[in-house]
Design a protein around this ligand. Structure first.
Ligand SMILES: [Zn+2]
Ligand SMILES: [Zn+2]
Length: 366
């Protein structure tokens, strides 16, 4: 197959920054570059990238001062699908897991490899390499092979690398079971739309979605949510009041057993989540933000409740998630759009504005 001389890539030369003393803002810079193809080591594959999703995490690195493990310049992008053109699995279409464990350390051996400390994440900790490129070299062991594209463009499968799999791991952390009652806070975001569908696909009996965009909330009602709460201009107490109303009119208990997924990463969302957490409930923190919250943790003791963090997704779950997508239990088509990778700057800006209805998947057009 075609092995390139060079990798074409859109590097983040520098992220946006603000000088602490002078307050002077330096604009972030993405630049098209040519970089050498790293020599393939045993156990590695060279993947020709079909698509790479623009994730909130990338925007955090570029705009909001969240540091990457590898220092810039590096290429962002960790939501990747493509075709292996050299190395193991040559000729196969694959999804590259957003985080790839070392598979050797005690954390990995203990079944918690999604948070392995030696893990590699493209666009963050895989040297300078990331998904907004023509090609990438990755460990082969955990690649998820797509044997049959089922008529979908390969690039669309990029969203499975992170946006769809992260909710599956979160559901496993919550021990989500048939008949569970679920709240998804931030149910309309890039990961939230799949968290909502995932809860339903795994058998939740009632799913309440909370977010601020009415248009997106109405869409959520078609994709997993049984009821929605528009939290725009409402405080946590008002949201809790609406939550209780919904419980009452659906004959559901409001004060026990709810599994709450906080996907927004905002302080308002986290405050709502803490407020809704009640007896024998679980709160799973899926979204990332820099907010700090105040909470009386003794409530957990009184409630016999849990707050759980979740990070990425174990590669072993990817085939299960792929099956959920290919069987139609989880819909990806209504939630993504593809664009040429050369529009990366505009794509980042639009995604950062938060107004997009669909996640952008960039397709290489070097
Ligand atoms: Zn991501
Ligand atoms: Zn490990």
């Amino acid at each position: 197959m075609a092995v390139p001389d060079k990798i074409q890539t859109w590097q983040m030369v520098r992220p946006w920054s603000k000088d602490r003393e002078t307050g002077k803002v330096t604009e972030g810079l993405l630049e098209k570059k040519e970089i050498p193809v790293p020599e393939l080591q045993p156990g590695e594959s060279l993947v020709e990238i079909a698509g790479c999703g623009v994730c909130h995490t990338d925007l955090g690195y570029f705009y909001d001062g969240v540091p990457t493990v590898s220092k810039p310049p590096l290429t962002l992008g960790h939501e990747i699908s493509g075709t292996v053109v050299a190395g193991d699995l040559e000729g196969k279409d694959v999804i590259i897991p957003a985080v790839m464990p070392c598979n050797r350390c005690p954390i990995c051996e203990g079944g918690r490899g999604n948070r392995c400390l030696a893990q590699k994440m493209p666009g963050n900790s895989l040297g300078i390499y990331g998904g907004f490129s023509s090609h990438i070299v990755v460990p082969s062991q955990d690649l998820c092979v797509i044997e049959d594209r089922k008529g979908l463009p390969l690039s669309h499968y990029a969203v499975v690398a992170d946006a769809v799999t992260t909710p599956y791991q979160a559901a496993m952390r919550a021990d989500l079971k048939e008949g569970d009652r679920v709240v998804v806070i931030g149910c309309t975001g890039g990961v939230g739309v799949y968290m909502t569908q995932m809860a339903k696909a795994l058998g939740a009996s009632f799913v309440i979605g909370i977010a601020r965009s009415q248009e997106k909330l109405e869409r959520a009602l078609k994709y997993g949510a049984d009821a929605v709460i528009n939290s725009r201009d409402k405080d946590a107490k008002a949201v809790q009041g609406e939550f209780r109303e919904i419980c009452k009119s659906n004959d559901l208990p409001h004060n026990w057993g709810w599994k709450i997924f906080e996907v927004s990463g905002t302080s308002a969302g986290q405050e709502m989540a803490l407020r809704l957490l009640s007896f024998v409930g679980k709160l799973v923190v899926v979204g990332f933000g820099m907010a700090k919250n105040e909470y009386s943790i003794s409530r957990l003791m009184a409630f016999d409740a849990e707050i759980i963090g979740t990070w990425g997704c174990l590669p072993q779950y990817y085939p299960v998630v792929l099956e959920l997508v290919q069987s139609g239990k989880i819909q990806i088509e209504p939630f993504l759009e593809t664009r040429p990778m050369s529009t990366i700057q505009e794509a980042f800006e639009e995604a950062h504005s938060g107004k997009l209805m669909r996640r952008i998947v960039l397709e290489p057009d070097f």
